[in-house]
Design a protein around this ligand. Structure first.
Ligand code: FAD
Length: 538
């Protein structure tokens, strides 16, 4: 099978990101995107992730691939994002810790990751949030609400090699970032300023609804549109959102739910006007655990996006809305009753095959992990990249189709494990919802992590590479007060005797480095000031 003529169904951010990528990477192919003028897009999707950890690529890798710099920012309400804050996940009112982007800065010496655990053992009152503060320079910016960028440090410069051992502007050079943006506006911007403006002659945009999908031995014979037109193609890409019109409804590919791993299946979403943007525009997404799920706060340039992700097995939608409003009021938001709220059912999981005959799926129609770690657009561009790699082979057979599914699954499953870990490590027991989570067996996907836990000696595990110091695990685990070593383990392994002598030097080093980072950014602009002056002018 040789693919020259590609038809994308759906004009949400998945459809437009797919069109953008294919047009940029395969200028010789003919791309058509058909979207219904009557079926709206999902209308949420605001927080994205950076690359660098656990081998994930971030949204910036995708922007680089399609040669987009930060020109989209003013059109998509975008601001920079450095971290995700997790509040009250460990137990009720346990407070917030951060999981920042980038690679933990460890003096270029792997085992120095241990220092923080020794610090925690030596000074048990050390808050769990201190782990990120000690290893991620970005936390100096997050904690003081300072912009990663300023007059002397641009977005382009920030994308350069972050690994180099910088002596100046250390915080900036060592910090990775992504964006908080309006995914719907991103889709529109990609449509007008990228697909149509740059690639007009290879690209056709059709506003119509797909009404019928006759099949033949190749898969889809054509798409019958409500306009009467019949669309043929070599490859059809399903970007129809949770409907999954092609892969799910037409080919009836089974859906593997993530319900056992991650409990939530619904969300209330709202948009909140700012009362004090200078203070409210922060460079992180905040997630707060409440009675039956968690509340997101994602600051964009013109407003705050917020929502309550919950499981309707434990609370009715009406009661969930009450809980959401109560949480917003507790956070200090005003006029909560006047806001508009939208209920969004979520289908969490993925189809068992992502490419069948002449049809593959990208975006919500392929799979979705609830948004706790901002996965949506991430999976979208990762799946698109996997598609690009397959298409680059030229000729496609079943092996290639299966490679696509397998490579999408690889990243998707790793990410699901990260989200599941946040629930697995929770000790909340204030409602039936949290008690149910606590009593669930640990998911198989987390078994390797479990094996690195209690009863093993951290140094040895780490030296053998079994405890990934670069990944999310140490940061999320430390934040949830689950550490791979403790005083008993040290005694048991006979490494306790020279504790103070050996480790006080490193503990001091951790502390003074943190102080230095905080000092370094003290006079930086706030995100609001920077964005107003350089990005969202006027
Ligand atoms: P949609 O936006 O639903 O688009 C579907 C398209 O298909 C529409 O254009 C529709 O018109 C078209 N269509 C459907 N049927 C037909 C038909 N018969 N004929 C023609 N066209 C048709 N992602 C993040 O990265 N960060 C987040 O913080 C985040 N938060 C989220 C919160 C929630 C509660 C949910 C549910 C999702 C969140 N996401 C997030 C995911 C994000 O919203 C999606 O990944 C992203 O918007 C892509 O959606 P989509 O394009 O796949 O689907």
């Amino acid at each position: 099978m040789i693919i020259k003529n590609i038809v994308i169904v759906g004009g949400g951010s998945a459809g437009w990101m797919t069109a953008t990528t294919l047009l940029s990477q395969f200028p010789d192919k003919k791309i058509t995107l058909v979207e219904s003028p009557n079926i709206s897009t999902i209308g949420v999707g605001e927080s994205t992730v950076a690359g660098g950890q656990s081998g994930f690529n971030g949204i910036i890798n995708w922007f680089d691939l399609v040669n987009i710099k930060d020109e989209f920012m003013p059109h998509t309400d975008a601001i920079h994002k450095l971290s995700i804050g997790f509040e009250d996940f460990y137990y009720k009112d346990s407070g917030r810790f951060h999981y920042p982007f980038g690679i933990p800065y460890t003096f270029n010496h792997k085992s120095r990751m241990n220092d923080w655990y020794y610090k925690k053992i030596r000074y048990p009152e050390t808050p769990v949030s201190d782990y990120a503060n000690c290893f991620y320079p970005a936390m100096a910016l997050v904690n003081q609400n300072k912009s990663l960028f300023n007059e002397n440090f641009s977005v382009t410069q920030g994308r350069k090699d972050l690994e180099k051992d910088a002596t100046n502007n250390q915080v900036q050079l060592l910090s990775e970032f992504s964006y908080q943006l309006d995914a719907t506006k991103l889709g529109i911007w990609l449509r007008d300023k990228y697909c149509k403006a740059r690639y007009g002659k290879n690209f056709t945009h059709i506003l119509a609804e797909v009404k019928d999908i006759p099949l033949n031995e190749k898969g889809i014979k054509h798409l019958a549109l409500d306009s009467g037109q019949k669309l043929t193609g070599d490859l059809f890409i399903d970007c129809t959102g949770f409907r999954s019109l092609l892969l799910g409804q037409t080919f009836k590919v089974p859906f593997n739910s993530l319900e056992k791993l991650i409990p939530n299946n619904s969300a209330w979403a709202t948009k909140i006007p700012y009362t004090n943007p200078e203070k409210q525009i922060v460079n992180y997404t905040n997630c707060t655990a409440i009675e039956n799920g968690w509340v997101w706060e994602i600051p964009l340039w013109s407003r705050m996006g917020s929502g309550y992700v919950f499981s309707d097995k434990f609370v009715s939608s009406e009661d969930a809305l009450k809980e959401f409003k109560k949480a917003l009021i507790k956070k200090g938001y005003k006029n909560v009753e006047d806001l508009e709220y939208r209920l969004i059912p979520m289908k969490c999981g993925s189809h068992s095959q992502l490419w069948v005959k002449n049809t593959c799926a990208i975006g919500l129609s392929a799979g979705f992990i609830e948004p706790l770690h901002s996965n949506g657009l991430h999976s979208t561009h990762e799946f698109i990249f996997n598609l690009v790699r397959v298409l680059a082979q030229g000729r496609i057979n079943q092996w290639d189709r299966q490679c696509f599914t397998a490579s999408c699954y690889y990243g998707f499953n790793k990410f699901s494990a990260l989200v599941a870990l946040t629930y697995t490590l929770s000790h909340r027991d204030d409602t039936e919802y949290w008690r149910d989570i606590q009593n669930r067996d640990s998911p198989d996907v987390l078994k390797p992590q479990l094996a690195c836990g209690y009863g093993t000696f951290f140094d040895q595990k780490m030296l053998r590479g079994e405890y990934n110091t670069q990944g999310a695990l140490p940061c999320m685990s430390a934040g949830m007060n689950w550490n791979p070593t403790d005083i008993h383990t040290l005694k048991y392994y006979n490494t306790f005797d020279d504790f103070d002598q050996t480790y006080s030097f490193y503990i001091n080093q951790l502390n003074s480095r943190k102080k230095k980072w905080n000092k370094e950014v003290k006079n930086f602009m706030s995100p609001y000031q920077y964005l107003k002056k350089y990005i969202h002018r006027g």
